[in-house]
Design a protein around this ligand. Sequence first.
Ligand code: NAD
Ligand code: DAU
Length: 352
Amino acid sequence: MKKILITGGAGFIGSHVVRLFVEKYPDYEIINLDKLTYAGNLLNLTDIEQSANYRFIKGDITDTRFIRELFQVENPDAVIHLAAESHVDRSISNPMEFVMTNVIGTVSLLNAAKECWQGNYDRHRFYHVSTDEVYGALGETGMFTENTAYDPHSPYSASKASSDHFVRAYHDTYGLDVVISNCSNNYGSHHFPEKLIPLAINNIKNNKPVPVYGKGENVRDWLWVEDHARAIDTIFHQAKAGDTYNIGGHNEWKNIDLIHLLCRIMDEKLGRTAGESAALITYVTDRAGHDLRYAIDSSKLQNDLDWVPSLQFEEGLKKTVNWYLENQEWLENVTSGHYQDYYKQQYEYNEQ
Ligand code: NAD
Ligand code: DAU
């Protein structure tokens, strides 16, 4: 496979996937299709944007006519689909945006792929990147496997579950070569500071309250984002058509324990006295419908395709903190909104 259309490549995980593919496969042509919503940031890709095998196209996956034309013009060999509205809290205040992008946008891409590839599916692949949140919430024990029944609770997870169903339906009905992976919480560099870890790092740095929802007892299974990108590479190249893989870190943390660990790391990095950062922890009203616990059983991926997470959590968290402290300009561009000017400076001609 040579020409790969990656959607959502200017976002957090997408930018890591784009970087990995651009650097690892110089003979591939990587097209990054992204609408550049508030979450899309081309500053995430400045290190590879001049690469000969990379191109950026600004576009909206819900614009069905544009997407059909794009497929006719570009005729990509494969799609790796990451574009989405990704933040649970935003889905609670604006569910329709999530239906549009995550459901309609995905079906728009599936339709265009089906039409463009016209049954020649053995040479083409549609890889859909999804989430463990489709499985709902766990109690104190147990893990999500690929056979766990879907039971989404938030508008975000309901929209992702719906998109997963559509992807499978295009395999079962039309024979499209599809692959799906459902991953746990990612962390690492270039993470938008609305999500727990980058938000906490930014607030601790600026001596602002660190909001912990409810009692902080919800559990998430954290995975280094570059390990997720590596898993996507492996699954994309090796999975059988129609297959699904769970991806996770075997790394469960109660939110409050994670925040205390982060506070200790921040005290150390910022030369503060022990406990200074933890004093910023503020318990706030819980998220509506807050899922108690997620935990991924990724043994299928480990056994079938030999993938395991590479980084121990405390080491990954330290690397993440270092990245944010060393990239204050990135953070300031994001929090001030200036990052959105970068597209206009670099890609003005695209707008004409
Ligand atoms: P993100 O919010 O950081 O990035 C999403 C990207 O999609 C942005 O660049 C945005 O501009 C783009 N986009 C949004 N709407 C678009 C549209 N209509 N047309 C074209 N582009 C559009 O998200 P992320 O955290 O990088 O997540 C990427 C994917 O991985 C999502 O599908 C998400 O559901 C899934 N996922 C995320 C996590 C996680 O922990 N962040 C875990 C598992 C799965
Ligand atoms: O599990 C995979 C999912 O992980 C992805 O599909 C989503 O796209 C991604 O956003 C993430 O969802 P979460 O809701 O788990 O991530 P978030 O960082 O928003 O929250 C992590 C936990 O921390 C969750 O239990 C809610 C809590 N939280 C979050 C924020 C933003 C707080 O306590 N305080 C906060 O300020």
